[in-house]
Design a protein around this ligand. Sequence first.
Ligand code: ZN
Length: 53
Amino acid sequence: MKNVVMAHWFCGDCDVEGRDFAAEPTCWNCGGDVTVTARPTVPMDHRAADGAA
Ligand SMILES: [Zn+2]
């Protein structure tokens, strides 16, 4: 099984947060730098957990 790192981040300028598989994610709203709050390793098998009905 392959594990991947998912960055949890927060953008203080927009007051939004998000998750990204990128090592250095950028804000989806302003495209600027974000503060990474967590960087958990998750199994690839769970990548669809948010979208699973
Ligand atoms: Zn932003």
